[in-house]
Design a protein around this ligand. Structure first.
Ligand SMILES: [Zn+2]
Length: 90
């Protein structure tokens, strides 16, 4: 059985491999491609919908236990490219 995580965007449970791990370092969100970065991680579907939902509800701040506003530009940029790639496969 694959470990299951909850997406911070849509709150649905999904297998780890179908979600993207996000960590906060120095108040900047980083996409943890290989799920190896230390610390608390938030999991999210690599889709525009979940990304927007998570940003709108500030779900990352809550999931990662950071009270201050986190810089989400890095992940927003990253996800735009990622979504296209994902949609092209399978
Ligand atoms: Zn989701």
């Amino acid at each position: 059985m694959e470990p299951v995580r909850t997406c911070v965007g849509c709150r649905m449970r999904a297998s780890r491999s179908s979600l993207l791990r996000v960590v906060s370092q120095n108040n900047t969100l980083l996409v943890d491609e290989r799920a190896v970065l230390p610390g608390r991680g938030a999991w999210i579907h690599p889709t525009q919908e979940c990304m927007e939902a998570a940003l709108r509800r500030r779900a990352f701040g809550r999931a990662l236990r950071v009270s201050t506003a986190v810089n989400t530009q890095t992940i927003e940029k990253r996800l735009n490219g990622y979504g296209n790639k994902v949609n092209g496969s399978k």
